[in-house]
Structures are given as C-alpha cells and as structure tokens.
Design a protein around this ligand. Structure first.
Ligand SMILES: NC(=O)c1ccc[n+]([C@@H]2O[C@H](COP(=O)([O-])OP(=O)(O)OC[C@H]3O[C@@H](n4cnc5c(N)ncnc54)[C@H](OP(=O)(O)O)[C@@H]3O)[C@@H](O)[C@H]2O)c1
Length: 236
C-alpha cells in the first residue's frame, strides 16, 4: 500500500515505541503529528522528520485531558487537512504487588492507558467516519492478555485496551475504519528500564521492532481482518 500523503497522529511519539513508529511511518511518506507532554522530545522527533524532508508537527498534549485531545485533533486537521492513521501508543506503567499499590498510580494508569485511548479514538473516529476511511492501532501489551505478579494495575488497563479495541473494531467495519491492537512483550524503552532496573536492554525487543509490526498492519489490504498481532516474549 502506498502510504505517501497519509497523515498519522502518534501519541507518546516523543520517545520509545511511539518515537520509533513516528519515524518509521515518516520514512514511508506519512505526515506525522507527534503528540505527548514533553515538548523537547516531541519537537526533536518532528525536527528529525522535517530534516529528512518529511512532514511533521509537534502537538503538546496530555491525552488524559479531554479538551487538550479535542484541540490536538482539530489542530492536526487544520494543519494537514485530515487524519488517516491514529497510533494510540501513549502509556504509563509502575508495577507493584497488590498490597503495595498506590491509588495515584492506579488512577494515572487508567487515565493514560484507558481514558486517553478513548479520548483520542473518539475524537479521531468522528472525523474518520465522515471520510469513511481510517486506521487506528492501539498499543496494548502481552500483559493485556495474561496477568502476572506485580502487574495487577497495568494488566487491568491493558486488558481494557483489548476489550475497547474489539468493540471499536466492530463499529469501525461499518465506516471502513480498521482498528487493530498490538501486544508487545518486553521492549527496551525508558518505561521498561524504570520498571526492570538492571535488565540487559540488548536482550529484549527494540522499539523499531514494534514500529515494523505497526507498518505491517497498516500495509495490509482493507479486506484483511487482522485485528490483533501478539508479539509477546515473556520472561520465564
Ligand atoms: N516497553 C515495553 O516493554 C512495553 C511492552 C508492552 C507495551 N508497551 C506499551 O507501549 C507504549 C509505549 O511505551 P514505551 O515503552 O515506549 O514507553 P516510554 O518510552 O515511557 O514512552 C511513553 C510515551 O507516552 C507518553 N505519555 C505518557 N503519559 C502521557 C500523557 N498523559 N499524555 C500524553 N503522552 C503521554 C510519554 O510522553 P510524556 O511523558 O512526555 O507525556 C512518552 O512519549 C505504552 O502504551 C506501553 O504501555 C510497552
């Protein structure tokens, strides 16, 4: 599929998996809106795309804030004229045994990983419905398919992403909007390192590996109902 001229919003695009996905899509000719809260990171990613003759803007947004998400999507439409692809990648993780779970961590996790995904999807879906076209990819996790010790908070949010994806995918079919979910196993990013200090990052997947899965999915023809690709490599 020729992606040149398409427009993508990548949430959490400032670093890690989101950054790698933004850069990979840009290499395929997609114009990118790089979205997250840390201005220096999203601007650096947008700049590196523009420096390679691509098209990108950085849109500082907290995905947990409904008004900011609505304004971000409108800004992208005003700037690029449309949105073809949404990568719901922004995420938060802080793992703990259940008896030590902090209520603020629970609330932040649900707000970023679930409510943020809903806000972004809803705003973009309305636009895609009018165009009768679009592709939404949610980044869940292997932890969205299997629970494990210390993962009760994060896993709950990522199981939620799985259910949300299935429902929106079912609705999307009527509007020619494809909705998929990727379930990565451990990937060498800041999130992973902060939760697993001391782990050798070279022994696990790299962010670009997940970006390649996203590209693979986007390149599938519309008729292919591939909604879920599990790329789970769990620690034994
Ligand atoms: N790394 C792994 O092993 C792994 C495995 C499975 C799934 N995942 C999932 O992959 C996705 C990306 O994770 P990563 O490992 O690349 O993590 P990361 O390097 O920590 O990046 C997370 C991104 O999300 C953004 N973000 C967090 N809260 C946000 C908010 N409220 N509003 C907007 N942006 C926000 C961060 O930017 P700001 O802080 O600047 O806002 C950052 O750009 C997440 O959904 C994660 O759950 C990761």
């Amino acid at each position: 599929m020729n992606l040149k001229g398409q427009v993508a919003i990548v949430t959490g695009g400032g670093r890690g998996i989101g950054r790698a996905t933004a850069l990979a899509l840009a290499e395929s000719g997609v114009s990118i809106a790089v979205v997250a809260r840390t201005e220096s990171e999203i601007e650096a990613v947008a700049r590196s795309i523009v420096d390679k003759c691509g098209h990108a803007i950085a849109v500082k947004t907290d995905v947990t804030k409904e008004d900011q998400v609505e304004a971000m999507v409108q800004k992208v439409i005003d700037h690029f004229g449309k949105v073809d692809i949404l990568i719901n990648n922004a995420g938060y993780a802080k793992h703990a045994y259940i008896h030590e779970v902090d209520t603020d961590v629970w609330n932040t996790t649900m707000n970023v990983n679930l409510t943020g995904v809903m806000f972004c999807t809803r705003a973009v879906f309305r636009h895609m419905m009018k165009r009768k076209s679009g592709y939404i990819i949610n980044i869940s996790s292997g932890a969205g398919k299997r629970g494990s010790y210390k993962y009760s908070v994060y896993s709950t949010s990522k199981f939620g992403v799985m259910g949300f994806t299935e429902c929106v995918a079912a609705e999307g079919i009527q509007h020619d909007i494809k909705v998929s979910v990727i379930c990565p196993g451990p990937v060498a990013t800041r999130m992973r390192a902060s939760n697993h200090p001391g782990e050798d990052p070279t022994g696990i997947m790299q962010a670009r590996d997940i970006a390649d899965v996203a590209l693979f999915l986007i390149n599938q023809p519309k008729r292919a109902y591939i909604r879920e690709v599990a790329v789970s490599i769990f620690p034994t």
